[in-house]
Design a protein around this ligand. Structure first.
Ligand SMILES: Cc1ncc(COP(=O)(O)OP(=O)(O)O)c(N)n1
Ligand SMILES: Cc1nc(C(=O)O)sc1CCOP(=O)(O)O
Ligand SMILES: [Mg+2]
Length: 208
């Protein structure tokens, strides 16, 4: 992973938005406000729409100097020249993705509540490890729950640690204190009345 990418801050993840113009407008606000990474995630789009939206988001991210990570599909990430891909337990082998992606591509791994999985992800070449869900998630109500202790216990792996799941500006502080480098958020940003203000509130968790 390029040392140029920020190691700390808000990692915004897109909501399931089918209207591409509206998606770009919403994401533009969030990047302008200071989100440092973006993940394109859309569980409600077919391959054609996902390709179109991923390409448009990449152009937007380039304008803001923010890396674009594609969820679930490293082949799409490679096809459009995105900065990386995020894979969960149902999204294929990390080692295969690592071998196929260009040098320097970011490969993220979901590790849920499982430190052993994080160790295996690190060994397979992941660039960051994600744990969650730390709180009840409006986006994924059935997500497995994780404890902040995992953030401390995984420090020795030496990879950036991402926290996800029901994170709000009000509950983010203890996760940062426990070692979260990046806060990955969907609803807390995109369902907020003022997404830009919400981004700034998340960023404040890193300065307190
Ligand atoms: C940063 C980050 N962490 C975790 C996930 C979840 O990935 P996964 O378990 O594959 O679930 P879906 O997002 O595909 O529903 C993520 N996307 N990003
Ligand atoms: C996509 C995802 N993965 C999770 C995990 O625990 O691995 S929780 C989650 C949903 C995150 O959305 P929100 O910020 O709205 O809770
Ligand atoms: Mg997935």
């Amino acid at each position: 992973m390029s040392p140029a990418w920020p190691r700390q801050g808000l990692y915004a993840i897109t909501p399931d938005e089918r209207d591409t113009a509206r998606l770009l407008a919403r994401v533009g606000t969030v990047l302008q406000a200071g989100a440092v990474w973006l993940q394109y995630r859309n569980k409600d789009a077919d391959d054609g729409l996902r390709g179109e939206q991923a390409r448009e988001l990449l152009t937007l991210c380039r304008r803001h100097g923010v890396p674009l990570i594609v969820n679930d599909d490293w082949r799409l990430a490679a096809a459009i020249g995105a900065d990386g891909a995020h894979l969960g337990e149902d999204d294929g082998e990390l080692a295969s993705a690592r071998a196929a992606l260009p040098a320097g591509a970011i490969l993220g791994a979901s590790c849920y509540d499982d430190l052993a999985l994080a160790r295996r992800a690190a060994a397979a070449g992941a660039d960051y490890i994600a744990f969650g869900a730390f709180f009840p998630s409006p986006t994924k109500p059935n997500a497995r729950r994780a404890s902040p202790a995992l953030l401390r216990d995984s420090a020795a792996l030496g990879l950036p640690r991402v926290a996800i799941g029901g994170i709000t500006p009000d509950n983010a502080g203890p996760l940062v204190e426990a070692g979260a480098d990046l806060l990955a958020v969907i609803s807390g940003v995109f369902d907020a009345d003022d997404p830009g203000a919400a981004v700034r509130r998340y960023l404040a968790a890193f300065t307190h």
